[in-house]
Design a binder for this molecule. Sequence first.
Ligand SMILES: [Fe+2]
Ligand SMILES: [Fe+2]
Length: 437
Amino acid sequence: MEQASPPWDPQQVLKALAASRQDLLKLADSLMAALESEKVHTSLAPIFARLYRRIVTIIEEEREFLEKMNHPEKGVREGGYKGLTRQVAEQYQAFKKAENADEQRKVAVAVMEAINGFVVKNSLLWDQLTRDAKGSQVDAEAVEMEQAEGVLARIGIPSPPRILMEISKEMKRDQPDIGKLSGLVKEDPGLSAKVIQVVNSPLYGLRVQVSSINHAVSLLGLKLFQRAVLASTLRNALNAGMDNRKFETFWQHSVIVARAAEFIAVWLKDYEVSADLAYMAGLFHDCAIPPLMAKFPNYGDLFTDGAVSVGQNIREMENNGFNTNHCVVGSLISKSWGLDPVILDVIRYHHHDLLPDALTQNEMVRKLWHVLKITEIITSHLVWKAGGRVIELPRAVAENPVDHVGERVLREVGLNRSEFSYLIEDVEELASLGDIA
Ligand SMILES: [Fe+2]
Ligand SMILES: [Fe+2]
């Protein structure tokens, strides 16, 4: 087994820092609101208790963070929190002893001032910590990329078949020549058989049996035909050396996510994401899983549901066990297949909670990333029936998809909770009609 990779994730830490700060300010706000309301007697005590608990956990979280970073401000920062905790605790006692609402108010104002003062005084340090964490993040990511390149050099990247390049070239012309396209596919009997098999699978939901490449092109139209060819070649390239049952599950997941991502991109029309890019990102997002399974005998054990990767900590488990993960390897494979750079970035971060700042500024990456995130959550909460197989998915996600997506993601794409439920229903309906799966 290879060496473990960086043990902590600066993105998670940054998120925790920002959340702690927000929490503290929110509690100070609720203290303020309670002060302004008439119910001062009854509502302040629980807020005090929460404030106190929150401050204690913040100290613990940040202490760990500073230790990991070996930050020179360690002592200063911890001291600040200890001082604040002590003040809140003392005031809490004073609050309980207060004789009347006026005295309680006085105590509460003192606490709030202490919190505000603390936040202001520490904001410079907070910014410094954020910058430092980002610095470590850049290092960690460079290391991650190097490790992935090393692994790939040993596995060998499944290369894109030449025929795919030729078809893409033909598709880029103003008037693609259908005869030439089907001719290209027909030149390769193995590929022709595969394309016909893929086209006839329930994944395409056609009601008639397709028996020739010409028939496939006329039924599907050029764009869908190109996709069927792409899917067939990708399938062929990835298939080698992987347990067949797992490969089928993996493949269904990829196609479902591709089709659903495309559908969702169209559904969120004001969000303006290219449906084609969404489809490609979906099809390729997990493409590193089969080669990694073939390379590492125990790699498949990480996935409880066949080869479907859902959830946040999968990347960490891969890093710990195999010194690389399917996100970074997947982005390298997609690069070698000549996919759009936007897709490479989205694949690399598809199991992150947040995109790195630099990528957040890139509108195309940011939007496509959000569409893929939402798609994975929605498709994973459904129990998909594709090709007669049922894929069971993690219960936690199935029970509360909104919580899993997070309000932040919904806000970004401009959906409220009820609109999000409609979207889920529409994707479910498509799935049940067989149009998507
Ligand atoms: Fe994944
Ligand atoms: Fe996935």
